[in-house]
Design a protein around this ligand. Structure first.
Ligand code: FAD
Length: 369
């Protein structure tokens, strides 16, 4: 199996020779910003994961880390501001306005671009969630700057430019993308790709309250009502502590039920490799990997999964990976912590029975929480 190749630091004759001088009007752009995504009273945890990365970038650049909170004045916005300090913000920019009560691309793009044009950050990070992707693309287009989507690593190079790394060519290579001549340098990162930083209780610090020039009459889209997606809480894969997944080695959709049964016995979430989604055996919200979910559970059990690089990138943040595979040379054995060389179709029911015997309903809930 070929490992993704880590990009080398650019040689003097490479990027350095093509790097132009940053235009004068961009030189005032300083500091690292993280967009704090919140919807219906909930901050998305990816925002705190990004605060952890933002802190590292800000420290390297010796600049401040700021959180950006948009929304309608109220408990949610105040809570998000307070939390941002607990996750390392030096200051928080707040635009609290009824026009931002619910997410609308037009209103949020206008608000974010107004903040950027006024306070001039050099780096702007957003979560690669449905909302974050929608907003990041629109903001980058409006500001005519570069955006690296689905970054898996963020760093600053010797010149202080953001080096955003992401998989390319179907995950067989990693590339590092720079926005050299425009500001801010923007990047999105998927949930669970970065580790959650430690939360430290802190009093509220410096807050910059920005009065938006935006009016409701300027926004064409209107929210008439909100219908929650009945399936939206169906899969909580990204934030599950225990995940059991199955792959093509299970051979049939009927055998995939063995994965679901083990997951149920352990109080775990279940997932799968991509071919099972393509075959229609499992719904796409359960796919793990580069084009599915990234997971960071305490325990990941993979049954009949070969461990292709596109799957591996989605699971390697797991604390303990247990692979069940008939082939001791399967690629997954290179990164699993425990390899069990056996037929998963015979082994999974035994494991399920053993867990059922050992785990009381109470300890099952505890394992899953
Ligand atoms: C652009 C792109 C994006 C992709 N994104 C993803 C992604 O997000 N997620 C993803 O998973 N894949 C993704 N893929 C597909 C990926 O390359 C692999 O094809 C896929 O992960 C293989 O799935 P698998 O391991 O289930 O099947 P296989 O590769 O067919 O492996 C089956 C494994 O089961 C083992 N086995 C067979 N019988 C048994 C048994 N009875 N008991 C135990 N083990 C058994 C075999 O030894 C083998 O290792 C992507 C591919 C591309 C090109």
């Amino acid at each position: 199996m070929s490992e993704p190749k880590k990009p080398q630091a650019p040689a003097a004759g490479g990027r350095a020779s093509t790097k132009k001088e940053l235009p004068e009007h961009f030189k005032a752009y300083k500091h690292v910003w993280v967009f704090i995504e919140q919807e219906r009273g909930q901050v998305h945890p990816v925002s705190w994961e990004l605060m952890g990365e933002g802190r590292k970038l800000a420290d390297k650049l010796k600049v401040e880390l700021a959180a950006v909170v948009l929304g309608a004045e109220g408990e949610t916005v105040r809570g998000a501001v307070a939390e941002a300090f607990c996750y390392g913000a030096d200051l928080v920019y707040v635009a609290a306005d009824p026009v931002l009560a619910d997410y609308r691309n037009e209103a949020y793009t206008a608000a974010m671009t107004e903040l950027v044009n006024t306070y001039k950050p050099e780096i702007l990070l957003l979560g690669a969630t449905t909302l974050g992707r929608d907003l990041a693309g629109a903001v980058a287009t409006t500001l005519l700057t570069g955006l690296t989507a689905d970054s898996t690593e963020l760093d600053v190079d010797a010149d202080g430019s953001l080096a955003a790394t992401r998989p390319t060519f179907g995950g067989s290579l990693l590339c590092t993308i720079y926005t050299l001549n425009y500001r801010p340098q923007m990047a999105t990162v998927r949930p669970r790709v970065m580790a959650m930083p430690e939360r430290v209780e802190k009093p509220v610090g410096r807050v910059v309250e920005h009065k938006l020039s935006l009016q409701e009459a300027d926004i064409v889209t209107k929210i008439l009502s909100f219908l929650p997606d009945r399936d939206s809480s169906k899969s909580n894969l990204a934030y599950a502590d225990v995940v059991v997944a199955g792959g093509m080695g299970l051979g049939s959709p009927e055998n995939f039920q063995l994965v679901r049964q083990l997951a149920a016995a352990m109080g775990a979430e279940f997932g799968c490799s991509r071919p099972l989604v393509q075959k229609g055996w499992v719904t796409s919200d359960r796919q793990i990997g580069q084009t599915g979910k990234t997971i960071r559970p305490r325990l990941y059990i993979a049954a009949g999964i070969s461990g292709a690089i596109q799957h591996r990138v989605g699971v390697e943040g797991a604390d303990l990976i247990v692979a069940i595979n008939t082939d001791k040379n399967a690629p997954i054995m290179d990164f699993a912590h425990v390899g069990i060389v056996t037929d998963a179709i015979r082994f999974l029911p035994m494991l399920t029975e053993a867990f059922k015997r050992r785990l009381s309903p109470h300890s099952r809930d505890k394992l899953a929480s």
